[in-house]
Design a protein around this ligand. Structure first.
Ligand code: C5P
Length: 243
């Protein structure tokens, strides 16, 4: 049997050529990195949990009419996705201050923001993904003004969906990051939520105790990352052992 062609390897995932044109297989690794890969470790089971959790969120979005790249989960570590052209932006939505906004503006972590704030970083590891204003995005042609308007409305819908789902299981959605891709269908182009949605790319705090159930556990050495992600999966009823 021929070996699958590797298309791309990132810090936490690998993309392989898919079984049909226009598809890819997304493989979730156990590698954890933080601070632009200055801190690294292998956390056994993280890939399995993120594959399952990302499936859950992407399916939920597909069901409410927010298009995503997700087609189906293949096995414990892999999912079939649509191939898309990734817009080189990290789209970050914040409901409460934490992380870089707290540092930048001196706002105490956990402070509710006056309204959800959407910000963009330019995806470039060598530059450390710098925060960019909308003006840069259109001027440098990373996205058109129309794309940008559509990205903002997708981000708001994802925030509404994710906040609601999390609230239902006693978790506060502090912030999250999504990536957006373009899929071309003949003359038409549509934007989809791509990459992954998982505790690697969200901040999730237990509503009652404030306990962190996301990658900050790894970034800040707060305990066992697999236990935190397992707790999120357990509350959502998507434990990998249930499938
Ligand atoms: O670090 P910062 O506070 O800007 O992160 C905001 C949110 O975006 C967090 O949920 C973080 O996990 C996510 N993020 C990410 N990938 C990055 C940068 C931030 O998933 N490269």
């Amino acid at each position: 049997m021929a070996r699958r062609k590797k298309i791309y390897e990132g810090k936490a995932k690998i993309l392989y050529e898919g079984p049909e044109p226009g598809t890819l297989v997304q493989y979730f690794k156990d590698d954890a990195t933080a601070f632009n890969a200055e801190k690294k470790d292998v956390i056994e089971g993280k890939g399995v949990l993120n594959n399952r959790l990302s499936e859950y969120f992407m399916l939920g979005l597909n069901n409410i009419g927010v298009p995503t790249h997700f087609l189906r989960r293949i096995n414990m570590r892999e999912q079939l996705i649509r191939s898309c052209e990734i817009i080189p932006l990290e789209v970050i939505v914040r409901n409460f201050a934490a992380g870089s906004i707290s540092k930048r503006l001196g706002i105490e972590e956990g402070t509710q923001l006056p309204r959800p704030i959407i910000e963009f970083s330019y995806k470039d590891d060598s530059l450390g993904d710098p925060l960019v204003p909308e003006e840069y995005i259109t001027a440098f042609g990373w996205a058109s003004q129309q794309d940008l308007d559509d990205i903002v409305s997708i981000a708001i819908r994802v925030n509404d969906y994710l906040s609601g789902v999390m609230y239902g299981v006693g978790i506060k959605l502090i912030d999250f990051k999504i990536e957006i891709g373009r899929i071309y269908d003949g003359d038409f182009m549509r934007l989809v939520v791509a990459d992954e949605i998982s505790p690697d790319s969200c901040r999730l705090w237990d509503i009652k105790t404030g306990e962190k159930l996301d990658k900050d556990v790894f970034r800040r050495d707060l305990g066992n990352l697999t236990d935190a992600y397992t707790e999120v999966a357990r509350r959502l009823g998507v434990m990998p052992s249930n499938v």
